[in-house]
Structure formats: C-alpha cells, structure tokens
Design a protein around this ligand. Structure first.
Ligand code: B12
Ligand code: SF4
Length: 546
C-alpha cells in the first residue's frame, strides 16, 4: 500500500484562502494528514515555525499568489529550512507561475508548480512519500539534488474537472464578516474577457486549449452553499470569481436562475442569505440584476477601473462609458450597494483623462470607492509594456514605473506622498467604507425597519463626507501639479488629510460597532418571533445606543 504523509499548507489568510484550502482538501481526500496555517504578516512566523517543529511534516506547501508578499514568503521559507532542512518545500500561485526561474534560484525552494495545483500537488506528495520518480508530474519544476540539476517537467495546462473537486477545507467554525457568518467561494476559474492591461489572469490561463475559463455547474455550487448554510449557519456568501456573470445575458440569466432553483431545492431560504459578487459593467442587464437580487445579492464590486474613454482603451478594458453609466443607472434602481475602484494612474494616463475621472467621482459621491495606480504584476501585459517602453524602475519583485506624461507622473508622486503615504489612514478608510456600504444594504435585507434604514443613512452620510473631501484634495493635487516649490504644500495637505481621515475612520468604526449591536439584538428578537419589536422601540434604541 502507498505510504501517506503529512503536509502543512501556508498562505495569506485575511479570509479563508481558497487556493490552499482546495489543495488541502485534495491531499486529505488522498489520505494524507494536512494542517493549514495562516501566514499573512511577519508576526505570524512564530505560529508557522512552532507547528513545523512540533508536527514535523513531510512537505510544506506555500501559496505565493501575491507578488507584494514575495519577500515575506521567502523569509518564512528560509526559516523553515533552518529548523528542518530536509522538508520538501514547494511554492505555487500566480506569481511563481510566471517568475519560476527567479524563484528557483532560491536555495531553499525544492520545487515549484505552475498553474492550477490540485493534480500536481497530490502526485508530488505521493511521489515524495513513496520514492517515486517526480518527472511525470505536470507543470512542475524541481531540483534533482543527486544529479545537481533543475528538471522542468512537461506542461499540461488544463482546468481540473471543477465539479469533481472536493470542496475546500474550511475552518470548523465560519468566519464572521459584516456581523454575519460568512464564507467565500469560487464558482469558476479564469475570465471570459482575459485582456485587461494590468491583470495576470489572462496569462495564467492562456496556455489552455479552447475557452479560457471554466465554470462549476450551479448544482455543484448550490451543494457547497447549502452545506455551509445548514451545517455552519453561513448567511453571507462572497463569490470571488473574477467575473461572477458570463459573457452573454442569456447565459448569465440561465446560470443565476439555475443557482436559485438549486439552492431552493436544497432547502436554502433565499430571504435568509446575502451575496456579494464582482462583475464587469457590460455583464449587467435588467433581467440578470432582478434575478441576482432575488437570489440575495446585496453588493456588487463593479469593474469600472477608469471613467474615461481613452483610459478604458489604454487599460484594454473592452467596455465603454455608456456601458458604465447604464450599469450604474440600473443598479441604482435595486437594493444593491455598488462599490468600485478607479485606476486613474497608468503608463499612458494624461491630464484630460484624470479630469474625466474626477468628474465621475463628483457624479458618484454617494458610492464607496478606492483609487490608485495600475501596479505591475508578473505575467500581466502591463509588465511587458513598461519593459518595452523603458519605463520600468525599482527592483524585482516590487517594481515601480514612470508614467509617460510628466504632469500625471508628478501628480501620482504627490498622491503617493499624501493619500498613499506610509501609514496614511486613507487606504484603511476607503476599504472600511466599501465594507460599511455592503453592510448597510445587508442590514436592510435581513432586518428591514426604521433602525436599519437609519444606519444606512448614517453610512451614506460618512461616505458622502469622505468622498467630498477626497474630491477636494484630488483637485488641489491636480492644481499644485503645475507648481514648482511644493514640498511645504504637500506636507500641509497630508496633515489635513491625516486629521480628517483619522477622525472619519473613528466615526466609521463607531458605526460598525453600532451595526453589530443592532445585529446581535435584532437577531435575538427575530429568533423569539418578535420581528419589528426592537426596531420600533425608542427605549430599546436608547439602551443599545442605536
Ligand atoms: C480572493 C482574492 C483576494 C482576497 C484574499 C483572500 C485571502 N486569501 O485572504 C483579498 C480581497 C483580500 C485580496 C487582496 C489582494 N489581492 Co487578490 N485576489 C483574489 C482572487 C479574486 C481570488 C483568489 C482565489 O481564492 N482563487 C481561487 C483559488 C482556488 O484559485 P487560485 O488562487 O488560482 O489557486 C489555484 C492555483 O493558483 C494554484 N495555487 C495557488 N497557490 C498554490 C500553492 C501551491 C503550493 C500549489 C501547488 C498550487 C497553488 O492552485 C490553486 C488551486 O488550483 C484573485 C484572482 C484569481 N482569480 O485568483 C485575486 C489576486 C490573487 N489578487 C491580486 C492582488 C494584486 C491583490 C491585492 C494586492 C490587491 C490590492 N491592490 O490591494 C491585495 C493583496 C492582499 C494581501 N494580502 O496583501 C492579484 C495577484 C497578482 C499577483 N501576482 O500579485 C490577483 C491574481 C488578481 C489579479 N487579477 O491580478 N485578493
Ligand atoms: S481585470 Fe477582470 S475582466 Fe479584466 S482580465 Fe482580469 S479578471 Fe478579466
């Protein structure tokens, strides 16, 4: 009989990391023992090292999806090898898929798997435990220490049979997000569009034959959701698909309708769940949105990315301004919170385009959003473009680049010294407001009544205040871009921002706390059949400070 082994899987886990959790599920199904250890920051090293020392695994699997965390992962790999030099360490994820040559120069990494990892990881574990030849494992590159060479196995990039995969291995108890029991899921792999300048998903799936994305059947997705709903009490589901919707209205509608039906067939009460999705503006149509709302969708992270025609073209978004404005108008009619991100800075951005984006922000002061520069990730067309144009700066893997237009480049640098200065409270606040905007909608869905409406209005108030201030400061930065001596102005601007955003962050935190108190008490009343009682009581509202 084949010998079984022990594997530790590590990865960044703000939420359950589905990459390592899918891989852990496969290994477990094959009869191996697995442990998942979260490693999202240097402070987490001690828990990883403690486990490695005490449990003595045969293999450590490191998911390095995020390029921004590459150094941290290389540091933990080095420390693991220091205490257990014989453990086989393999790394995978988006970043290693493209940067495999450079990563294998690292003496502590034994092997690297490119593209999807389920099949190769199971073969690698079996190979290591039973002394098998590793050269048959597809998409793997490894060091053969006896022959003192690196062996690059054959490439076989294909989607796994998604419905055939075991569901990801989860925590025993669900995480809590926005005050509710929460789980993330992926219902597909890849993106039907696959062309955006700054994104590596197209390149990750490009070598596959045929269509570049694969989807799970709605029945299979409903099975996983129903399990989480019935056994873990999960009520809030976040779909992490790059695009939850499909390229045509007909296909999207059919998929959402089938998912709804399958959920109902499995006893999931759609009134009792809430869903967050990501999609492109061009995927939204009235019937689809209606169906999404019936399924419980309360939040859409809309892929706007740039609100000017030239910007959309430069980023190769394949959508236009009319589609963006139509999708906004459509979503506004429904109880859905829409949030978005704007990549106003990119290599070809010009000041006219920045103006268009500022105009867009001004028109949407009621929506939580984030903005920034298109960053270089390995494999993306952006990486090739900045290299080709000689704009690349900085060092691997934390690349920097110069924006061609000098004015925009200067504006970006001022932006980095203000909104995005180290320890600036702005990035935290913008993420906080995105979460609050979803939460406000979720409260209105789960607990309709005066109090949830009041909390939603308070949320809107903070979002509008923040956006109006952000807009004013963006305009100021736009203006001083033309000036010469600006160091003093930048510092003044930053001090003003720091004060304002810290104060608003405190208000946002207070509001989250208030929402949590409301959810806890309202759930108790609802569980006792007293729907509406709490929300109509002024005394209880005072007692619980809502
Ligand atoms: C969910 C998600 C997040 C979550 C993270 C949740 C968590 N882990 O805590 C949140 C919202 C927090 C997030 C944040 C960010 N994200 Co993100 N995120 C994703 C997203 C949409 C889905 C990931 C996922 O769960 N996929 C499902 C799993 C099953 O698929 P998978 O990850 O591809 O894993 C498979 C293979 O890659 C492989 N694999 C992966 N790891 C390993 C390890 C081993 C050993 C093996 C054998 C195989 C293997 O096998 C897996 C199963 O087949 C991806 C896009 C995508 N489609 O993957 C972007 C993505 C990973 N994110 C990205 C980025 C850039 C970011 C941010 C930097 C964005 C920002 N500007 O702030 C931050 C950084 C976060 C941080 N911690 O520093 C980029 C990464 C690019 C890169 N090379 O760096 C991606 C690819 C998006 C993109 N289109 O460019 N993100
Ligand atoms: S950004 Fe989104 S739409 Fe564009 S290629 Fe990446 S996953 Fe697809």
């Amino acid at each position: 009989m084949n010998k079984k082994g022990k594997a530790i899987l590590i990865g960044a886990e703000d939420e359950e990391n589905l990459a390592i959790r899918y891989l852990a599920a496969i290994l477990k199904c094959e009869g191996h023992e697995v442990r998942i250890i979260s490693c999202s920051r240097y402070n987490d090293f001690s828990q990883v090292l403690l486990k490695v020392k005490s449990w003595n695994p045969n293999m450590v699997v490191v998911s390095m999806a995020f390029q921004s965390m590459a150094f941290m992962f290389l540091a933990i790999i080095q420390q693991i090898k220091k205490i257990k030099p014989k453990i086989h360490i393999t790394v995978v994820g988006h970043f290693p898929t493209f940067e495999y040559q450079k990563l294998l120069e690292n003496e502590h990494i034994d092997s690297l798997i490119r593209f999807e990892g389920e099949k190769p990881i199971a073969m690698l574990m079996d190979g290591l435990m039973n002394g098998k030849d590793l050269s048959d494992i597809p998409n793997m590159i490894y060091k053969n220490y006896e022959e003192k060479r690196v062996i690059e196995n054959h490439l076989k990039p294909e989607f796994p049979d998604l419905d055939g995969l075991p569901f990801p291995l989860r925590y025993k108890k669900p995480q809590i997000r926005l005050g509710e029991k929460f789980a993330t899921l992926v219902t597909s792999r890849g993106c039907f569009y696959s062309k955006c300048l700054y994104c590596c998903i197209g390149a990750f799936h490009a070598p596959k034959r045929g269509i570049k994305y694969a989807i799970r059947t709605p029945e299979n997705v409903a099975k996983e959701m129903a399990h989480l709903y019935h056994h873990q009490g999960v009520k809030l589901f976040q779909f992490h698909d790059d695009n939850f919707l499909l390229p045509s209205k007909k296909k999207s509608l059919k998929r959402v309708d089938l998912l709804k039906k399958s959920l109902k067939d499995r006893g999931v009460d759609l009134e009792k769940i809430a869903i967050l999705i990501k999609t492109r503006p061009d995927s939204l149509h009235e019937d689809v949105v209606k169906s999404l709302v019936e399924m419980g969708t309360v939040g859409v992270f809309l892929g706007i990315e740039n609100a000017s025609e030239i910007g959309l073209k430069a980023l190769a978004r394949g959508s236009n301004l009319d589609e963006i404005y139509d999708s906004l108008e459509l979503l506004d009619k429904y109880p859905i919170s829409m949030t978005f991100n704007l990549l106003i800075f990119h290599p070809k951005a010009n000041l006219v385009e920045i103006n268009d984006n500022i105009y867009f922000i001004n028109k949407n002061l009621d929506k939580a959003f984030d903005f920034g520069r298109a960053e270089i990730v390995a494999g993306s067309p952006l990486e090739k473009l900045v290299r080709r144009k000689g704009l690349l700066r900085g060092e691997w893997p934390q690349w920097d680049y110069t924006i061609e237009d000098q004015g925009v480049e200067k504006m970006f640098r001022i932006n980095s010294l203000t909104f995005y200065r180290e320890n600036s409270p702005y990035p935290d606040l913008s993420h906080h407001l995105i979460a609050l905007s979803y939460r406000a909608q979720l409260l209105k869905r789960f607990y309709p009544g005066g109090m949830s409406r009041k909390l939603a209005n308070e949320t809107l108030d903070i979002i509008k205040k923040s956006n109006a201030f952000t807009l004013e400061k963006l305009l100021k930065i736009y203006k001083i871009t033309a000036d010469n001596e600006i160091d003093g102005e930048i510092n003044l601007l930053y001090n003003e921002m720091e004060k304002f955003y810290l104060n608003l962050n405190k208000k946002a935190e207070k509001l989250s706390d208030k929402m949590l108190r409301f959810q806890i008490v309202e759930q108790k009343f609802q569980n006792n059949g007293l729907v509406g009682y709490f929300q109509n009581s002024q005394i209880l509202s005072k007692i619980f400070r809502i």
